[in-house]
Write a protein that binds this ligand. Structure first.
Ligand SMILES: [Zn+2]
Ligand SMILES: [Zn+2]
Length: 219
């Protein structure tokens, strides 16, 4: 494992402009790419690394990638607001250090199995996009806007216990289209396992009345 400075330097060099991102699909692809860069920088050999040291490194580098991924998703949300002529704010997912600690617990003292580091880190960075979508969808529905959510199946890395030739039943059960936030959430649409690359997208209806602090307007 390289030191934190080297990892961050490699990571920063590979970053592109986050605020140009205008769709949730592009935000997810970006989060996936960041996850891969970070996984490559961190490596796979942790047999001489103490869990607390690894947690310290991951809290720093994973937070950065998580925040960048959340900004990418918030940027897509901002563009969607502009298109729909909605003058409402954009929410962003916030990093929880406990996520880094969980990854450290999984990896410390071991040589990681192929793909494991990448899948765990992507689960965090893509999770930042999911959580940003989830928060905004929830907030818009609470404002009285119609929200539609789609999860499209796309697993490349597979869930533990699933054979490569098989579809992932766990994800298939969580894929579909919903015309409101609550049903999507209850169906597990925003949940992922490491290696899941399903695409989550959502839209806000335009032809509905919205409460804007007391007065109703048509948008
Ligand atoms: Zn799956
Ligand atoms: Zn999936």
């Amino acid at each position: 494992m390289d030191d934190v400075k080297t990892i961050l330097r490699n990571y920063t060099r590979s970053k592109k402009a986050v605020r140009d991102i205008d769709t949730f699909g592009a935000a997810q692809n970006y989060a996936e790419k960041l996850g891969k860069i970070l996984a490559d920088a961190i490596g796979t050999e942790f047999e001489d690394v103490a869990e607390e040291d690894l947690a310290l490194v991951l809290r720093s580098v994973l937070k950065r990638a998580y925040d960048d991924s959340a900004v990418a998703a918030a940027s897509a949300q901002y563009r969607q607001n502009q298109k729909a002529k909605l003058g409402i704010g954009t929410l962003r997912a916030e990093f929880d250090p406990a996520n880094a600690d969980k990854v450290a617990e999984e990896l410390a003292g071991k040589i990681a199995a192929p793909g494991l580091v990448e899948n765990l880190i992507k689960q965090s960075t893509i999770g930042a996009v999911d959580e940003t979508i989830r928060r905004n969808a929830e907030a818009r529905e609470e404002m009285g806007l119609d929200v539609s959510i789609v999860r499209t199946y796309s697993d490349v890395g597979l869930r533990a216990g699933t054979k490569y030739s098989e579809d992932c039943e766990w994800c298939l059960e969580r894929c579909g289209e919903w015309d409101n936030y609550k049903d999507a959430k209850d169906a597990g649409c925003f949940e992922r396992h490491p290696g899941c690359l399903c695409m989550i997208d959502y839209h806000v209806g335009r032809t509905h009345s919205v409460s804007t602090g007391g007065s109703w307007v048509n948008i």
